[in-house]
Design a binder for this molecule. Structure first.
Ligand SMILES: *Cc1c(COP(=O)(O)O)cnc(C)c1O
Length: 396
């Protein structure tokens, strides 16, 4: 084995294709404004949709719990890392989701890997929306089950695939809110088609919980779907909840099966108990503070109306994820850079995260923003220098 010449070539090729990824260094807490590399920016790229990541009550609960439990979880849940703080949060999440039980995972990525590979193996089949989150797709592949992708939000396509499957177990998997498009899955239809074909439905509601539904109960609440209709409900805590980790909610049998079989649950250290305690406080705020969702809805409306007026191409999204389709990866990067020069952070999302030719600026709104800040975003977008001879937002 020589050096890493191969890797260097591949990295160089990524740069040439404008697909190279690099990191910002954030120096402050999440919020409408953040400090990055010594400068203040208006933040339109975080998933802290309700502005809870730095909420004083959430921070205080975290600190108080650290005084009790220390910092580290110390061991996996099945050894002795499962604390009263974790347990109380699981009970509260079960009640919140209207499910029999809930189980905590250290991250959404791990929850998805753990659930799908615990439920399926060779001889089974998994059916995934094409635009599902990478963690779901990875989980499907890892499980060893037959892997099929159906056309985005296309229930007829799914139905056909289910009808022609002879797998012993069938699992249909969909994002509740699609992470890069912001649209909501047709969960009512997915649920009936899954039931018709004797398949389970799993919904990953990473971007729906906290933001949508009564008291922030998420996309399944919009469609009033219960545990029987959506037997596997997954939500994350690092987005709308403003903390970290994830949960899976469902029946006693589901949760006990995960405790026995989900490798990303068994073979990893429990999340810090203080994170669980902080999340319990954030869950109370999520449920009580309807004004956060109302404010968010008003900002979404303001942004969409303004963006349409300046001719930007939006996607059919009623959620805080408001992508502006640009098409070309290079152009998305240039626009993101131009916004950054003006003091605004908006991420450019490129393939392979999204399909080729659909690079976009992924604007995310938060209840932490105010009207003036959204106005500044719109004004800056309107004044962006012309790129490639076309106006921003026109897909050429
Ligand atoms: C962010 C996200 C995840 C991963 O959750 P983490 O807790 O960040 O690992 C899973 N699914 C979807 C749809 C997501 O957007």
């Amino acid at each position: 084995m020589g050096g890493f010449d191969d890797l260097a070539l591949e990295l160089e090729a990524r740069k040439e294709q404008h697909l190279y990824r690099s990191r910002l260094i954030t120096e402050t807490a999440q919020g409408a404004e953040i400090g990055v590399d010594g400068r203040r920016y208006l933040n339109f790229c975080s998933n802290d949709y309700l502005g809870l990541a730095n909420h004083p009550d959430v921070v205080a609960s975290f600190q108080a719990a650290a005084n009790v439990y220390g910092v580290g979880g110390g061991a996996s849940h099945l050894v002795n890392g499962h604390s009263t703080a974790h347990h109380a949060l699981e009970d509260a999440l079960a009640e919140f989701t209207g499910r029999t039980r809930a189980l905590l995972f250290s991250s959404g990525y791990m929850a998805n890997l753990g659930v799908i590979s615990a439920l399926l193996s060779r001889g089974d089949a998994v059916f995934q929306d094409r635009l599902n989150h990478a963690s779901l797709l990875d989980a499907g592949l890892l499980s060893g089950a037959r892997f099929q992708r159906f056309r985005h939000a296309d229930v007829a396509d799914l139905s056909q695939r289910l009808a022609s499957s002879e797998a012993s177990r069938k699992l249909v998997v969909s994002d509740g809110v699609f992470s890069m498009d912001g649209d909501i899955a047709p969960l009512d239809e997915l649920s009936s088609v899954a039931q018709q074909h004797d398949a389970w439905l799993m919904v990953d509601d990473a971007h729906g919980v906290a933001c949508l539904g009564h008291g922030g109960r998420g996309s399944v609440d919009l469609f009033e779907l219960d545990q029987q209709q959506v037997p596997v409900l997954m939500g994350t805590l690092g987005k709308g909840f403003g903390t970290s980790g994830a949960f899976v909610a469902g029946s006693e049998e589901l949760i006990e099966t995960l405790i026995q079989l989900a490798r990303t649950y068994i073979y990893t250290t429990a999340m810090p108990p203080a994170v669980a305690a902080a999340t319990l406080t954030s869950l109370k705020l999520v449920q009580a503070d309807n004004w956060r969702r109302e404010k968010l809805a008003a900002l979404i409306k303001q942004f969409r109306t303004g963006a349409e007026q300046i001719g930007l191409q939006l996607m059919p999204s009623q959620t805080p994820i408001q992508p502006i389709v640009v098409g070309d990866a290079e152009r998305a990067i240039q626009m993101s850079q131009a916004l950054k020069t003006q003091g605004l952070l908006v991420t450019a999302i490129r393939p392979p995260t999204v399909p080729a030719g659909t690079a976009r600026l992924r604007v995310t709104l938060s209840a932490a923003h105010n009207e003036k800040q959204v106005e500044r975003l719109l004004n800056t977008l309107a004044d962006l220098p012309v790129v490639d001879g076309s106006m921003p937002g026109n897909v050429s």
